[in-house]
Write a protein that binds this ligand. Structure first.
Ligand SMILES: Cc1ncc(COP(=O)(O)O)c(C=O)c1O
Length: 396
C-alpha cells in the first residue's frame, strides 16, 4: 500500500528502498516485484539484493564512506552508481571503480528531523565546487547530487530547501537527483501527502520534466514502519523493591510498581528506543486497573530497558504484548548479545497479492505456503523468506 501510494503521490520520483531499514527478504522480494530499486550501504546489502534477483542497475550504493574492498566488490558485480562526499573517497573510487557513476552527497539542514545525518555525511555547499573539480581532475564521472534531510523529518519545507541546495551545485553534465529518505511511515507529524505536494512543487520549479533529470529517492521507514507488528512475551516479573527504609536500611516493597522482563529489548528488535524513547507507546486494550510498570529487555545489561514508566494492567508471565508500527530499524538492528534469539519474521499478505507478485518468482527453495481461503490471507512459511535461517517457520 505504501509503495502504491508513493507512485501515485510522487510519479516522477523512483523509490530505491533503503535496505538498512528492514532487510527481511520478504520485504525485498515484494518491493522488487513492485518495481522498486534498492539503496544498499555495504557489500552485505548488495549481496542480499543481488541474491534475491535484483539487477545491478536497480541498486545505488548510497554510502559516502566505503571500505575499499566493498567498492571493489560493487565494481565486480556491476553496481556502478555510488555516493561520495570527500576527496579520500574519490581516490579510493578511482583505484577500485574508475568508471563508477558518482553522486555527490551534500549536507543539508536536518534540524527538523528526529535523527540527524548531516553531522556525519555530506559535503557543505561551500566546498562542493572544489570537490567536483577534484573529481574531474581524477577523470571520474559525477552524474548527480543526493541529500538526506534526516530520518523522521517533521517539516516538509526541509525538502524544498534541500532541493534548492541541490540545484545550486547541480552542473550541466549531471542527470540524477536523489532526494534521500526521511519520511515517516505513519503520517504522524506530517502526512506523506503534504511532503509529496511540497516535493512535486519544488521539483517542477527547479528540475522540471523537460530538464531530463532523473529523480530517485531512498525511503526506508516510509515503506515498512507500519507493515510490521512485534509480538513480545513476558518472560519474568517482580514487584519493585527500589526504596530503602531510612532507619533500618531494609528494602521497602513497592507493590504498586511492577517490573516485567520481556523477550526482546534494545539489543534485539527494540534498539530504536535508545534514539526515540518517546516513540514507544503502549496503549493497553484491557479494561483492568493499571499499575505503574517498567519493562526490561531480556539481557543482563541495565541499558536494556524498554519502558521506564508505563501504566498498564497487571501482566502474567507468558502474556504477549503486540507492538504496532515495528517495521523500521528493528529486525535489522538485532544482535546476538547474551545469546538471546532474534525475533522470527512471519510474512503475511493477501492471497491475491501473493499470487500476483510473489508466486511467479518463487524458486525451488520455496517450500510451503498456507492459505486461509475464508480470510483470503496467505501465511507463508517459505524458507527463502525467513529472517532467521534457524527458523522452522511453522505456519500459524
Ligand atoms: C543514505 C541513506 N538513505 C536512506 C536512509 C533511509 O532513511 P529513512 O528510513 O529515514 O527513510 C538512510 C537512513 O539512515 C540513509 O542513511
Amino acid at each position: 500500500k505504501a509503495y502504491l501510494r508513493w507512485t501515485t503521490n510522487l510519479p516522477r520520483v523512483q523509490p530505491f528502498y533503503a535496505v538498512k531499514c528492514n532487510n527481511t527478504p520478504a520485504v525485498l522480494w515484494l518491493l522488487s516485484a513492485l518495481g522498486s530499486g534498492f539503496d544498499c550501504a555495504s557489500k552485505g546489502e548488495i549481496d542480499l539484493a543481488l541474491s534475491l534477483g535484483v539487477t545491478p542497475d536497480k541498486i545505488i550504493y548510497a554510502h559516502p564512506t566505503k571500505p575499499s574492498y566493498h567498492i571493489r566488490y560493487a565494481c565486480s558485480q556491476g553496481v556502478d552508481t555510488m555516493t561520495f562526499d570527500n576527496e579520500e573517497e574519490l581516490l579510493k573510487i578511482s583505484s577500485f571503480h574508475a568508471h563508477a557513476k558518482l553522486v555527490l552527497r551534500i549536507a543539508v539542514d536536518d534540524s527538523k528531523s528526529e535523527l540527524k545525518l548531516s553531522p556525519k555525511f555530506g559535503v557543505p555547499l561551500s566546498s562542493a565546487g572544489k570537490l567536483l573539480e577534484r573529481a574531474a581532475q581524477l577523470g571520474l564521472q559525477v552524474t548527480g547530487v543526493s541529500f538526506h534531510v534526516g530520518s523522521r523529518c517533521t517539516e516538509s519545507s526541509a525538502f524544498k530547501q534541500a532541493i534548492a541546495d541541490s540545484r545550486h551545485v547541480f552542473d550541466i553534465a549531471m542527470s540524477l537527483l536523489d532526494i534521500g529518505g526521511g519520511f515517516s511511515g505513519t503520517d504522524d507529524s506530517v502526512s506523506f501527502d503534504e511532503f509529496s505536494e511540497v516535493i512535486n512543487e519544488a521539483l517542477d520549479e527547479l528540475f522540471p520534466p523537460d530538464s531530463g533529470v532523473r529523480i530517485i529517492a531512498e525511503p526506508g521507514r516510509y515503506c515498512v514502519e507500519s507493515a510490521f507488528t512485534l509480538a513480545v512475551n513476558v518472560i519474568a516479573k517482580r514487584a519493585a523493591v527500589n526504596e530503602t527504609d531510612g532507619s533500618s536500611g531494609k528494602y521497602l516493597l513497592l507493590t504498586s510498581r511492577m517490573e516485567y522482563y520481556i523477550n526482546d529489548g534494545v539489543y534485539g528488535s527494540l534498539n530504536c528506543i535508545l534514539n526515540f524513547p518517546e516513540n514507544m507507546k503502549i496503549e493497553p486494550h484491557l479494561h483492568r486497573p493499571r499499575l505503574k510498570s517498567l519493562l526490561w529487555g531480556p539481557t543482563c545489561d541495565c541499558v536494556d530497558k524498554v519502558l521506564d514508566s508505563v501504566w498498564i494492567p497487571e501482566l502474567r508471565v507468558g502474556d504477549w504484548l503486540l507492538l504496532d508500527n515495528s517495521g523500521a530499524y528493528t529486525s535489522s538492528l538485532c544482535s546476538d548479545f547474551n545469546g538471546f534469539e532474534r525475533a522470527l519474521t512471519f510474512p503475511v499478505m493477501t492471497a491475491d497479492a501473493f499470487n500476483t507478485l510473489i508466486r511467479p518468482h518463487c524458486t525451488a527453495t520455496f517450500q510451503t505456503s498456507c492459505y486461509s481461503s475464508e480470510e483470503k490471507t496467505c501465511v507463508s512459511s517459505c524458507s527463502v523468506w525467513s529472517s532467521n535461517t534457524k527458523s522452522t517457520s511453522k505456519c500459524v
